[in-house]
Ligand binder design. Structure first.
Ligand SMILES: [Mn+2]
Length: 672
């Protein structure tokens, strides 16, 4: 009933107290986001507004850089600014004193707000009297204000050639273009990073983004006492501004009392900027909040994520690529779902950041699925979700794209993290989806939580990612897929035995499956991924060669011709044949969900074999063939054979239907 367009994913992510909270809420509020929609404590609201006013008034106008001013003007302007600062500081102090005297009692009782939470933590020690606590908190707040002033005057990001604040280029997630002159400088960076890093350097680290949540989400309320999250970013030779924007948006849009820490895992980058400059910046900008883990050798993103998990201390861990931007209220729905059931793995909805213009593009609500090669892709939400008609409801997801997910930290450990026996990336995201469902948990996409992500033009690590993904896919097949593992071998056109691919030791993963008492894979297909096409009826698969011209293989040719042709053998998906128990002969890649699958048909009028959507061919005999290895392929309707004749076409031969002359065929692999 619903037709939606789904983005295609090609072959193929310590200071939590009130002090930092002030900054974060200031930014969130200035961004036009209601910092605490569910918050009914007026005192706290007032405080937040004050902070954001202060912050906003201190920002340099984005179109006037001090370098362009006359020295006297600079002096004057600095003086003006100092005056403004002093006045504002005085106001802030007065405000705080008023706030303290009038709201003190209520604040201490209000366990659902930041200060209350902090006080609770102090109370936990059981020794500090309440009045001292409040004074201590006030002092902290004041020192945080000083910190704001310090930062604005010293321009921490400026020393890196970057900018902070909400205005400037790319604000609101709008597309940006570069001047012809800029484009010349931008080109090498584009090639290096796979996105427009030159433009990224010119977009504020705090830019605002549009709210792409379904409207139903905007009225939902979440409890205040949600579990804290540790955000884990992994990167290798990523542009500094892109990493920092990921961090800034995380801090700006994750409520302070829910953000336990940020962990950066550097998978052995070469770029000098990502060493001391990155470290100094985050330590000064977010003191105590950021941990950095450096891999001494390149591990690939799978093991890098596991490394990040090891140092995390939050109740929940969130794993993200370091080229994302968070949007307001992304965290609350995620943490609420995990609080309800700690065995849920939660996927924020992904929107796209255009790699060229940095425009934020909304993606349709979707689940995350995959094909039998175990490449991930976006899929339509389940029928039940559409029938229910609630656009804010969680979407059951068979697996994940992988650039953004959150999971209860201890549960993730029990579940066996990501498979560290896999290399680089690809397949681990599918494996986690299959594993969590089979072993008693679940996975879902939340339309109300949105994280935007740069789908890069090219990715780092190895060019030949398929080599690693294929190896990883075989691990998944052997550990989890039971009798359906043949589908993975068919999809990759590999023999099931003696394929020559060393997929490593899987004994630990098999033991894990036993220990967790996980269900059978067929249960998962029936209940979690019923949309997936099944190929259990396959007998033979792979390239199909005739004794007449064994260097040529049956090939699907041009799709619009609907005719089987011959082509020199290469074994890729256009030549992937599949002969079934029912005697049907399919050709082409294995469809996963919606795709049609085409089979060879003798329509009894044409002497060329047709390649048609098999579900739509009603005459059963016309699409049924008698065949066994090294024998003729005979149609049941006409009695004609598939044979090769010499002809003046592309490769000197043509595939025809004719009276059987005894030509023999082989199909490369047999299902074991
Ligand atoms: Mn990514």
């Amino acid at each position: 009933m619903f037709r939606t367009h789904f983005p295609q994913l090609t072959a193929p992510q310590k200071n939590t107290g009130a002090q930092k909270g002030t900054h974060r809420y200031a930014y969130a509020a200035a961004a036009g986001a209601a910092a605490a929609a569910a918050d009914d404590d007026t005192c706290i609201r007032v405080t937040r507004r004050c902070c954001c006013c202060l912050d906003a008034s201190l920002s340099l106008p984005s179109d006037t850089s001090p370098e362009e001013m006359h020295p006297r003007e600079i002096k004057k302007s600095l003086l003006r600014r100092w005056k403004a600062l002093l006045v504002l500081n005085a106001i802030a102090v007065a405000g705080f004193m008023t706030f303290w005297t009038t709201c003190n009692t209520r604040t201490l009782q209000a366990s659902e707000v930041d200060i209350g939470a902090e006080v609770k933590r102090f109370r936990g020690n059981g020794t500090t009297p309440e009045s001292e606590i409040s004074q201590d908190l006030l002092l902290k707040r004041l020192s945080s204000l000083e910190d704001v002033v310090y930062r604005q005057l010293n321009g921490l990001s400026k020393s890196l050639g970057l900018s902070e604040g909400f205005g400037g280029r790319g604000k609101g997630g709008l597309p940006e273009t570069l001047s012809p002159l800029e484009q010349i400088d931008a080109k090498p960076l584009m090639e290096k990073y796979g996105y427009n890093a030159y433009l990224s350097d010119r977009i504020s680290l705090d830019r605002t983004l549009p709210d792409h949540r379904p409207s139903q989400c905007k009225t939902l309320n979440y409890p205040r006492d949600l579990p804290q999250i540790s955000l884990i970013f992994i990167f290798v030779d990523e542009a500094l501004s892109v990493i920092l924007r990921s961090i800034h948006s995380a801090v700006n849009y994750t409520p302070a009392h829910l953000l336990k820490e940020i962990i950066l895992v550097d998978d052995n980058s070469n770029d000098e900027q990502l060493k001391a400059p990155l470290e100094e910046y985050v330590n000064k900008r977010y003191p105590g909040l950021v941990k950095i883990v450096r891999n001494s050798k390149r591990e690939g993103l799978i093991r890098a994520r596991n490394e990040g998990w090891k140092v995390a201390t939050g109740e929940v861990t969130g794993f993200f690529d370091a080229h994302v931007e968070f949007t307001p209220h992304w965290a609350e729905p995620v943490l609420a779902r995990i609080k309800d059931d700690h065995k849920r793995i939660i996927l924020p909805s992904i929107d796209n950041i255009n790699y060229e213009t940095f425009e934020l593009e909304r993606y349709e609500n979707s689940g995350h699925g995959y094909n039998w090669e175990l490449w991930c892709m976006y899929i339509s939400p389940p029928k039940q979700w559409w029938d229910d008609g609630d656009m804010a409801a969680p979407i059951r997801s068979p697996a994940m794209i992988g650039c953004s997910f959150a999971v209860h930290r201890e549960y993730f450990g029990e579940l066996g993290l990501l498979d560290s026996g896999m290399d680089v990336y690809g397949g681990e995201n599918i494996e986690l989806g299959i594993r969590v469902w089979l072993c008693g948990g679940s996975m879902e996409v939340l339309p109300c939580s949105r994280v935007s992500h740069i789908a890069r033009m090219k990715k780092p690590y190895h060019n030949n990612i398929a080599f690693h993904t294929r190896r990883n896919a075989l691990r998944v097949a052997e550990v989890w897929l039971d009798e359906y593992k043949s589908s993975v071998y068919i999809a990759w056109n590999l023999p099931m035995e003696n394929h020559g691919i060393d997929f490593g030791d899987i004994s630990e993963r098999v033991a894990l499956r036993d220990r967790l008492q996980c269900k059978h894979f067929e249960w998962y297909l029936d209940n979690v991924y019923p949309e997936m096409r099944r190929y259990r009826n396959t007998v033979f698969y792979g390239e199909m060669r005739s004794s007449k011209a064994s260097h040529l293989c049956m090939d699907q040719g041009l799709k619009e011709n609907h005719t089987v042709t011959l082509h020199p053998c290469h074994g890729w998906s256009p030549q992937l044949g599949r002969y079934t128990k029912e005697g049907q002969l399919f050709l082409g890649s294995l469809g996963s969900t919606g795709d049609e699958t085409r089979c060879v048909v003798d329509d009894q009028t044409n002497n060329l074999p047709q390649l048609l959507n098999c579900d739509k061919v009603t005459n059963l005999k016309q699409k049924t063939w008698n065949f066994s290895q090294n024998s003729s392929i005979i149609n049941q309707a006409s009695g004609r054979c598939l044979e090769v004749v010499e002809a003046k076409v592309n490769f000197g031969h043509q595939l025809v239907l004719q009276t059987c002359s005894g030509q023999k065929w082989t199909i490369k692999n047999t299902v074991k």
